[in-house]
Design a protein around this ligand. Structure first.
Ligand code: CTP
Length: 413
């Protein structure tokens, strides 16, 4: 296979220019440099991937500094790991020193030391992510695939590289599911057996790392596929025993995309947690250390679910809908709108989101003071009553509002 031609056909010219430059510099230093990981996998699959990973058998940070200066782009380096990242306008380039890894204990972050490209590929998660294309001038476009990645790619298989892979790093369980479902691949038989055997090792992973993987899964085009598979493989219940990746969840996630746009990850998360009790949701959110904003959205979802019955009858006034929903996170309301079964509940939630929440009175606190309403709690009370009247169509004009305040909140002579 002519990989040089494939690179030239599939990568934008500005990316190719930088990769060739990298290869020339490496040649000057007498080092070998490779394109590795997801971008090589996606190159063969014809999928766009502008997150490029390059590995050099030598000093990555020195090379990256030269590139940052030449192309005038920002560089972020991690000296401890020997890695650096460059952010170009249209793509990102990670440069790392080839390395070997060892794990002190399951789930630990690996201890790294410099190694060869072969060692670097062997430490990776799956064979399809462990192929390298040489960039060094003179060898540009040579495929280095000692672990059978291309064959697995052709057979559409996700395969780990050794028997302890999921034990060393159980985040690979979630990563593997993501690749399988995104690419419409299958776990190789032995790999699936190991995954089922080691699914409990997810306990060794910190909440922050689990959350990161979950968030990446929620960013997928059709995340429901990964959640259904995670349910099937017993992975979801390791995150929380009450989570389910069943047909209901699949339907809800698809509903969330019905408008044609990609929903925010937060909405999917609210749907994932919709059926949990408040206590269960709290445990899950705490375990994965979700930030305050997400936590509020999820807890509001669950709390609101318990109240939507109050919106299920015909005669509920707009002001009552407003009072019930005001203060709830809007993503939580959207999640309830998607998940509610009753058409009336849906209609009321929709009405709030599209209209009621934006209703403002024409008079404000200062106007009320001028009219003679005493400043303090009475102001809030009067404004609330005024907004309710406006929501219910009892007042329309400024004059109506003045009248309303006079008749209700001011002593008539
Ligand atoms: N990698 C790994 N084990 C991990 C994380 C990463 O072996 N736990 C390796 C894989 O070779 C992967 C590469 O590092 O291809 C880059 O990682 P990442 O950017 O997370 O993966 P991509 O394959 O680029 O993922 P995606 O397509 O989802 O962006």
């Amino acid at each position: 296979m002519d990989i040089k031609a494939l690179l030239e056909k599939n990568l934008p010219p500005e990316v190719l220019e930088v990769l060739k430059d990298v290869g020339e510099r490496a040649r000057r230093y007498g080092r070998e440099v490779y394109l590795v990981g997801g971008v090589v996998r996606d190159l063969f699959l014809g999928r766009e991937n502008l997150d490029l990973d390059v590995v050099i058998e030598g000093d990555a940070i020195g090379l990256t500094k030269e590139l940052a200066e030449k192309y005038r782009v920002r560089m972020v380096s991690h000296i401890r790991f020997g890695t650096a990242k460059l952010r170009f306008n249209s793509f990102a380039l990670d440069v790392a020193t080839a390395r070997t890894e060892s794990y002190g204990h399951p789930g630990a972050l690996p201890t790294v030391r410099p190694g060869t490209i072969l060692e670097d590929l062997k430490r990776r998660d799956f064979s399809i992510n462990a192929m390298a294309v040489c960039l060094t001038l003179g060898r540009f476009g040579e495929l280095f695939d000692p672990l059978g990645g291309k064959e697995d790619l052709d057979r559409r298989l996700v395969r780990v590289l050794h028997e302890r892979s999921f034990i060393d790093d159980a985040t690979r369980i979630l990563r593997g599911i993501r690749y399988e479902q995104r690419l419409d691949f299958r776990f190789e038989e032995g790999t699936e057996r190991l995954l089922r055997r080691d699914v409990k090792m997810l306990h060794t992973i910190s909440g922050d790392r689990l959350r990161h993987e979950l968030e990446r899964t929620l960013e997928e085009g059709e995340p429901e596929k990964a959640f259904r598979r995670a349910g099937e493989l017993g992975v979801l219940r390791e995150l929380h025993p009450a989570l389910k990746g069943d047909g209901w969840l699949v339907r809800m996630f698809r509903r969330a995309r019905q408008g044609g746009t990609k929903p925010p990850a937060e909405l999917y998360l609210c749907l994932l947690c919709y059926r949990l009790t408040e206590r269960e949701a709290e445990q899950f959110l705490e375990h994965l250390n979700f930030p305050a904003r997400m936590t509020k959205a999820v807890l509001d979802t669950v709390r609101l679910r318990q109240k939507t019955d109050e919106l299920s009858s015909e005669g509920v006034k707009p002001s009552v809908v407003y009072k019930l929903l005001h203060g709830y996170d809007s993503t939580a309301i959207r999640a309830n709108l998607l998940a509610a079964e009753s058409p009336l509940v849906k209609r009321h939630l929709q009405l709030y989101l599209s209209k009621l929440r934006y209703v403002r009175t024409l008079l404000d606190g200062v106007d009320l003071a001028v009219l003679g309403v005493p400043m303090g709690p009475a102001t809030g009370e009067a404004l609330n009553a005024l907004r309710a009247a406006k929501l219910d169509g009892e007042v329309r004009t400024r004059r109506d509002e003045v009248e309303f305040v006079r008749s209700r909140f001011l002593k008539q002579d």
